[in-house]
Design a protein around this ligand. Structure first.
Ligand code: WT7
Length: 583
C-alpha cells in the first residue's frame, strides 16, 4: 500500500533554509523579512534593483543570472550583463516617453528580451504588463483596451496579432528588430537601442505601495480583470523563494511558466532573482524530450512546474526519464491545479523526489499554502499555511468550519503580496472581501486537524485547464460572434490529463447543420481569435440551453452535470497542447 504521509527524509543530504515550521509560525513576522531590502535603510525601493543591481553591488556581477536554452542554442547572461542591458532598455523606454506609473505591455516569447523588458520597465517605475505569447487578437485587444495602454513592446511575429485599428490609445509599438522588419506604424527597438547612451543609473526609486505589474485574469463573469501588484510584494516573494523554493547560492532554478501568467513573473523572475539564483529559460513549446534535456544541460537543481506538465511527462513514459541525467535535481514543486497523489508517487519513483504542491492565486501575489522541504507531505493536500498567513475555512455566513468540513477558503487580509487594486474596478476588488477582514479565494476546501488544506473545487464557474484560468463568459462571447452560433454555454469538463477541458454547448442558428466540419470551424474561430488555451476542445450542439426561469441566465451548473457520461463530439487534435501548459 502507498504511504499516506511522505516524510521529508527523502530529501536528505540537503538542509533546508527553514527547518522548523512550527517555530517559524510562532515567531516569524513580515517586518523581519522587510529588513532585507533597501527600504528599511533609505525608505525607497525598486524591485529591479533588488533583483539585479543589488547583486552586482554586492560583488556577484560575474554570477550567471539567466541561462537561455532553445534547442541546440544556449546563452548565459551574468548579473552584470543584465544590469547593463536593463539600464540600457530602461533609459530607452524613458527617452521614448515612458514615465513612472505608465503601463508597458510586453508581448514577447519566452526569451531573454522578455525578461529584460520586464525588469527595464520596472526599473523606471513603470508597470509591466506581460501578455502570454499564445494570445490572439481578441485577448490582446481586451487587455490593452481595458487600461487604455499607450506602450507595447513585441516582436515582428507577435506584432501581427496586435489590432492597432481597435486600439487608439496605443501610441507606440516597439518591435525588437531592425527597421526592415517593422510595419509602418511600428518603431524599431534595435534602432532605438543603438542610439541609447546610459548616463548614471536609470533606477526610479518608489515606495513600497507603488504599482509594479498588472496581470489580467479571468473570473466566472465578464472579461478578464487587471490585477495590479505593488513593489511591496517583494517581501512575500523573497521569503517564499527562500523557504518554499529553498533557494541557495549554488542553485540553478527553472520555473516553466511564461511571464504572461503570474507564476511566470513571480516565481520565474522575481522570487528567484531576489534570492540571487541562476534562472533557466527554456524557449519553444512543451516537449518531454526538450524539458528533460533542459534539466540536464543547465544542471537544474530546483524545478517549479504544474500538474498537467508532470502528467504529460509521466505519460511520455519512464523509459524517457532514464535517457537523461536528472541527478542534479534536488527540489521539485508544483502549482496551479490539483496535484494528484499518483503524480507525487511518480515523482518519488522516477525522480527520487517528492513533488511539493503550493497554492496561491494571481490576486494573492505569492504562495500562501505550501509544502516546505522540511515537512511531511500528505498526498492530496496542498500543504499548510505559510508562516505569517492565517487561513480559515468559512461557511456561507462567514463562520469558521470545524476540521474536515468543506467551506470557503479564506485568508486574513492583508499580507505583503496581496494585490493593490483591480484596475479601475473598485467594486470587483471589494467583492473579494465579503466578510470583514477576510479575502475570499473562491475555492472550496477543508483543513484537517494538522492544518493541511485539501482543495475541493471552485464555488463559481471558473474553469481550470492545465493550470490556466479560463472565464466561461469570454469564450461564450467569442462563440456568439460566429455566424452559426445562436447561444453558447461553456463549462469545464473533468479530464485526466488537463484537470479540466473547455467544453461548449451551443445552439445553432436556423439553417445550419450540425456537422463535424462546422464544429471544427467554430473551434478554430475561437482558437485563432482568442487563444488556443481557451478554445473548446469539445463542442456539443443542443436544441436549447437550460436557463433560469426568471432571468433567463444560462444554467452552467446543469450543463456541467451533463458532461460526465457523454461521448465527446469533437476531440480536437493535440496541437494546442504546447500552448495550453505553462511555458
Ligand atoms: C486558482 C488560481 C498563481 C498560481 C497559478 C494559478 C487553482 C492554484 C492550486 C493547487 C488546486 C490550485 C485555484 C485557484 N489552484 N493552485 N495547488 N491545487 N488548485 O493562478 O490563474 O490565478 O488561478 O488556481 O482554483 O483559485 P490563477
Amino acid at each position: 500500500m502507498r504511504q499516506t504521509v511522505l516524510a521529508p527524509a527523502l530529501d536528505a543530504g540537503n538542509t533546508p533554509n527553514l527547518t522548523d515550521y512550527e517555530e517559524a509560525c510562532r515567531t516569524f513576522s513580515w517586518e523581519q523579512a522587510e529588513r532585507q531590502f533597501s527600504w528599511s535603510k533609505t525608505q525607497r525601493v525598486n524591485m529591479a534593483h533588488e533583483c539585479i543591481d543589488r547583486h552586482v553591488e554586492d560583488g556577484y556581477g560575474h554570477k550567471p543570472a539567466l541561462h537561455y536554452i532553445e534547442g541546440a542554442h544556449q546563452r548565459v547572461w551574468t548579473f552584470a550583463e543584465l544590469k547593463q542591458e536593463t539600464d540600457r532598455w530602461a533609459t530607452a523606454f524613458r527617452n521614448e516617453g515612458v514615465k513612472r506609473g505608465d503601463i508597458v505591455f510586453i508581448f514577447l516569447p519566452k526569451n531573454a528580451d522578455c525578461y529584460i523588458a520586464m525588469l527595464a520597465t520596472v526599473k523606471i517605475g513603470a508597470v509591466a504588463g506581460p501578455l502570454f505569447e499564445a494570445f490572439m487578437e481578441e485577448a490582446v485587444r481586451d487587455r490593452i483596451d481595458d487600461c487604455k495602454g499607450r506602450f507595447l513592446i513585441t516582436d515582428p511575429d507577435l506584432a501581427a496579432r496586435v489590432p492597432r485599428k481597435d486600439l487608439p490609445s496605443l501610441e507606440k509599438v516597439f518591435v525588437t528588430a531592425g527597421p526592415e522588419s517593422c510595419r509602418d506604424n511600428e518603431i524599431s527597438w534595435t534602432d532605438i537601442l543603438a542610439d541609447t547612451f546610459v548616463s548614471g543609473s536609470p533606477t526610479e526609486w518608489v515606495d513600497l505601495d507603488a504599482p509594479l505589474n498588472i496581470h489580467y485574469t479571468s473570473g466566472s463573469t465578464g472579461k478578464p480583470k487587471g490585477i495590479v501588484h505593488a513593489h511591496r510584494a517583494m517581501i512575500h516573494q523573497y521569503q517564499t523563494g527562500h523557504w518554499v523554493l529553498d533557494i541557495k547560492d549554488d542553485d540553478i532554478y527553472w520555473c516553466t511558466a511564461h511571464p504572461g501568467w503570474v507564476t511566470g513573473t513571480v516565481y520565474a523572475i522575481f522570487a528567484p532573482w531576489l534570492n540571487r539564483a541562476t534562472i533557466v529559460v527554456n524557449g519553444g513549446r512543451f516537449d518531454a524530450d526538450s524539458w528533460y534535456a533542459a534539466i540536464e544541460k543547465a544542471g537544474v537543481t530546483v524545478w517549479y512546474s504544474a500538474p498537467t506538465a508532470f502528467r504529460m511527462l509521466k505519460a511520455a513514459g519512464d523509459e524517457l526519464v532514464g535517457r537523461y541525467d536528472l541527478s542534479t535535481l534536488r527540489h521539485v514543486l508544483s502549482v496551479g491545479e490539483p496535484l494528484n497523489p499518483e503524480v507525487i508517487y511518480w515523482g518519488v519513483e522516477q525522480l527520487g523526489l517528492r513533488i511539493h504542491d503550493t497554492w496561491w492565486m494571481t490576486e494573492t501575489g505569492a504562495q500562501l499554502i505550501v509544502n516546505l522541504p522540511s515537512e511531511p507531505i500528505k498526498p492530496g493536500s496542498m500543504g499548510r499555511p505559510f508562516p505569517g498567513i492565517d487561513i480559515r475555512i468559512l461557511d456561507d455566513d462567514g463562520i469558521e468550519q470545524a476540521p474536515g468540513d468543506i467551506g470557503h477558503l479564506a485568508i486574513r487580509a492583508p499580507w505583503p503580496g496581496l494585490m493593490r487594486e483591480v484596475w479601475q474596478n473598485e467594486e470587483k476588488y471589494r467583492s473579494y472581501f465579503q466578510f470583514d477582514g477576510w479575502y475570499l479565494s473562491g475555492d472550496l476546501a477543508y483543513q484537517d486537524a494538522d492544518g493541511y488544506v485539501f482543495f475541493q473545487g471552485r464555488s463559481d464557474d471558473m474553469i481550470n485547464s492545465s493550470g490556466e484560468r479560463i472565464g466561461p463568459f469570454e469564450v461564450e462571447s467569442k462563440l456568439l460572434e460566429h455566424g452559426a452560433v445562436a447561444e453558447a454555454g461553456v463549462v469545464g469538463k473533468p479530464d485526466p490529463l488537463r484537470g479540466e477541458i473547455v467544453k461548449a454547448f451551443i445552439v445553432l442558428k436556423p439553417g445550419y447543420q450540425n456537422t463535424p466540419e462546422l464544429l471544427q470551424e467554430i473551434r478554430l474561430f475561437v482558437r485563432s481569435q482568442l487563444s488556443a488555451h481557451a478554445a473548446p476542445r469539445e463542442i456539443e450542439v443542443l436544441a436549447e440551453l437550460p436557463k433560469t426561469k426568471i432571468s433567463g441566465k444560462i444554467l452552467r451548473r446543469q450543463l456541467k452535470t451533463w458532461n460526465a457520461d457523454e461521448e465527446p463530439v469533437i476531440n480536437a487534435s493535440d496541437s494546442a497542447l504546447s500552448t495550453a501548459i505553462p511555458k
